[in-house]
Design a protein. Structure first.
Lengths: 110, 490
């Protein structure tokens, strides 16, 4: 099946640079200090190097896959089974207001 | 004299992305209800809330409905399809990712046919390509506290009832060229999903939402102009007006040398214009990756065949059949097939042998008029298709007049049987009864007879009127005319 294993695209790159670390941090909404950027660049490269070992394997004859277990078409019937503890779900959130979940201001003012 | 400079002609290139809510009982990956308008956060569960340790499982109806929609849109159904995670941070998304489909959507490479044209003009058919159709979950709904505007809120409240509601996203090719075409495309899409019974297509409740991608370019050029996305139209008319406005705006920008920015704009119904929406920073990098919690989907050829066999006759097929086999006009065919229940009513009536055109006239005229006025559906009235067929046949056979039938419309709507309603009301065409009445009318009006014979031919109408009066309007008009003319000239 024509499925690309996403990790492999990273594994083939030898290095991740500080600029990429900054971008990933931004996408994850993480604020990193310059020292942390350097530290994570090293650590992420170590992880990628570790995965790089996989490329030693001969995979030309192996079908790409996204998963280890070979099952498909797992579905359920369209039948209602309401969850009966709404209060527990609301309580589990960091903040609530009555029957709503409460979240911080989404964008700054003009 | 100087000639006017040749004005550049522009054309718009438009594609639509339509989100359509599927009419399932439960959510796409969990067993909570999908009922619209429930109290906030009552239709939620640990799966749609993305709590740790939970696993999503695909609702089999969602797959069936998505495949049927794909088949109805002439798509190729993927033999192997999968779900992916689309990552973005926004509080309407409890998991910080949306389960969607990325590179292996369930359906691709289809088309639908739109039909344009007025009541008198000939219908123009155009095929619009469908790029892809995929399954995904809806997000929750934000309520902004303290202000209507997002930016003025101190905080937001979230209702996750909608999170996990099953959607299909249908992406068209950029084959549309005007607001009218785009609105008609959206209407046809809604007709199709309604015919299939996979969605109610209700725009006000958000069951059908269209985003428009639009650019303009000088006619004859191949290269696309800068694309702008418009959102927030909640009716077909709004789609048409938003596009027309945006075409004007972009042409004006090009002609005045202003730069068109690739952005998302919102349609403002109040001011009838599009306004620029703040761009979500970094939002274009969704970092899709395969959803590890859901297995792939492999629709077997047998299953595909079975679902295909369950498809109803679709609006475009019906329109063609009504025109070609029933001899109706393109306009009539379009009106009658707009709603599946109406078309079924019409077909039930003509199946009994009543002729198509008079039945069509009743359905599109008095009956539709009544339904629209009372905001009712065709199944809400007592006037059955079988009774309509009887009435039309009585008129066609000359037993009652169209006027007599219309006079009893209220009773027919209540479900009264035409047999009972028109018993003893049939047109008087029995010579043994009619002739003496006519003779009497002539004998009672000697002055008029004299004038008639002196050349006042228009007095025929007076005599017809007298006969109608004597018979309570039941005298067969054609026969009455014939007999009177013969006797007056005798």
């Amino acid at each position: 099946m024509p499925v690309k294993l996403y990790l492999s695209t990273y594994a083939y790159q030898t290095m991740i640079d500080q600029e990429q670390v900054r971008k990933v941090a931004h996408l994850a909404r993480l604020e990193l200090t310059p020292a942390e950027e350097v530290q994570f660049t090293t650590q992420l490269n170590d992880i990628l190097d570790y995965f790089q070992q996989l490329s030693e394997l001969e995979t030309d004859t192996v079908e790409p896959t996204t998963r280890a277990i070979d099952v498909s078409n797992v579905t359920r019937r369209d039948q209602r089974e309401p969850f009966d503890d709404r209060e527990e779900l609301l309580e589990a959130a960091p903040d609530r207001e009555g029957e709503f979940f409460k979240v911080p201001q989404i964008m700054g003012g003009e | 004299m100087t000639s006017a400079p040749v004005k550049t002609q522009y054309e718009a290139v438009i594609g639509l992305e339509t989100h359509c809510q599927l009419s399932t009982e439960t959510k796409i990956f969990s067993s909570s209800s999908t009922t619209f308008g429930a109290e906030p956060n009552t239709n939620i569960d640990p799966v749609c809330m993305g709590l740790p340790g939970t696993l999503p499982v695909l609702n089999q109806k969602v797959l069936e409905y998505a495949v049927k929609a794909g088949l109805a849109l002439h798509c190729q159904i993927a033999p192997y399809s999968k779900f992916d995670r689309k990552q973005y941070f926004y509080p309407d998304l409890p998991k910080n990712y949306q389960i969607s489909q990325y590179d292996l959507p369930i359906a691709e490479h289809g088309w639908l046919e739109i039909e344009l044209g007025g009541e008198d003009g000939a219908a123009v058919k155009k095929r619009i390509g469908i790029t892809r159709l995929h399954m995904e979950e809806d997000a929750g709904k934000l309520v902004h506290a303290g202000s209507d505007r997002l930016s003025g809120s101190a905080y937001s409240l979230v209702d996750y009832n909608r999170a996990g509601i099953p959607l299909i996203e249908i992406v068209s090719e950029p084959d549309l060229r005007s607001g009218v075409e785009a609105a008609e495309y959206a209407r046809e899409l809604r007709r199709i999903v309604r015919y299939l019974g996979v969605s109610d297509g209700n725009m006000q409740e958000g069951s059908l939402r269209c985003d428009v991608n639009i650019s303009v370019r000088p006619v004859g050029t191949e290269k696309f102009g800068t694309k702008v996305e418009i959102k927030n139209m909640n009716s077909f008319n709004a789609i048409e007006r938003a596009i027309n406005h945006e075409i004007e705006r972009q042409i004006h920008a090009l002609e005045t040398g202003e730069r068109i920015v690739q952005e998302t704009r919102l349609w403002e119904e109040g001011s009838q214009r599009t306004i620029s929406m703040r761009v979500k920073e970094g939002s274009s990098d969704y970092r899709y990756f395969p959803e590890p919690d859901l297995g792939p989907i492999e629709v077997s050829p047998e299953q595909l065949h079975a679902w295909h066999a369950e498809l109803p006759e679709l609006p475009a097929q019906k329109r063609r059949r009504y025109e070609q086999e029933l001899g109706l006009s393109a306009y009539d065919a379009r009106v009658l097939t707009d709603d599946r229940a109406i078309s079924e009513y019409f077909e039930t009536a003509i199946a009994t042998g009543a002729p198509a055109k008079p039945v069509a006239n009743w359905v599109m005229g008095d009956i539709s008029g009544y339904l629209n006025k009372q905001k009712l559906g065709i199944t809400d009235i007592g006037f059955s298709a079988a009774n309509l067929a009887k009435v039309v046949l009585l008129i066609e056979e000359g037993k009652i007049s169209g006027k007599q039938a219309k006079d009893k419309f209220a009773e027919l709507l209540e479900g009264k049987s035409p047999d009972d309603l028109f018993k003893g009301e049939e047109k008087l065409s029995d010579l043994a009864v009619l002739e003496p009445i006519i003779d009497q009318v002539i004998a009672d009006n000697p002055k008029e007879l004299e004038k008639y014979r002196a050349g006042r031919n228009n007095l025929l109408g007076f005599f017809v009127g007298q006969v109608m009066k004597q018979t309570g309007g039941r005298a067969d008009p054609k026969l009455t005319n014939q007999l009177l003319t013969k006797k007056l000239n005798a």
